[in-house]
Write a new protein. Sequence first.
Length: 363
Amino acid sequence: MFQKFILLLVCICGSLCGYGQVSVQFFPEIHGRTVDGLFNARIISNSDQARVRLTITIEEEKAGKILTLQTEPFTLSRGVNSIPASAVRSASIHTGQGTVARLVQQNGFLPQGNYEYSFTITDQIAVSTGEYEQTYQYDLTPSAPLNLIEPYNEDKICEKKPFLSWQPYIPHINGVQYQLQMAEIKNQQNAVEALNYNLPIINQKGIINSVMPYPSNSKDLQQGKKYAWQVTAYKDQTVLNRSEIWEFTYDCKDSVVTVVPEDNGYRDIEDLAKGNYYVAKGFLKFAVVNSYEEQVLKYEIISLSNPNKKIKKLPKLTIQRGNNSITIDLTNSSSFKNDQSYIINIKLPNGSTKSLRFIFKEI
């Protein structure tokens, strides 16, 4: 009798020890945003084959239990196991009560909240002893759009190898990488068609920062041609987000052909700032007195018709000690439209700020 008791105890301990070698690999920051994403969990086993059932329970800190998923039994092998597609298709889903549970049931997406994800693996032979549970907690926040920054959409640039930049993926996830694609837009094509069907000029993966110099081994941009580009954020093999597809034109005017501004003199910025009407015929001209050392003039120009659009690639201006005649060439930027109003804000060397409204006129 005593020997039978010892044998039974050994069997029970063996089952428990075997399931002590099972673990669930799950990334809630990536896969914990949708119901379908839950089945991307991986089960790692160091034991021999077993028939198991997987139960997934999601609870939210304030809303309580959101849902419970339970698969049909499937075979768990030694090593890394994906959840079989057959077990996913036949899984039973039970949703909880309340607003959050109803939202998840309707669209399959988890709204913002503090969630707990519990994975329970049950041995279908040794049900009473062969059970393993692992829990993950994650404060789920909405993902921000993955916005491109530069080159700006529909902009005209004069750099054969431009610097490319975009907004980092938010919320921050360790190990996020980016893929950048760029293609020429042919005649009668739009930007989406260009990226989907044309041979890419750039198709670079494994980018770890949200900026990238133009690759030295990529073909230079060509005069007058349009280009489409897009950035994708991903981790491992999972796509986290994609930016919109933007387009820009490489339009670099011949440096021999220059536009000469009208010689109508330079008016003092102090006098101009007192008025509210100034016409800039291709060029913005004013005079500034600097009583300090040589320095870079700090300024910005804002479109009054579209204040949210940032005007970029303005020339860098350096002012000397004494009287300075400033000329800003507005003809090389596609941001300035004929007969539209703009305002320039200038921070003078003495710390004061002057604002000048003007109307742009094409030459």
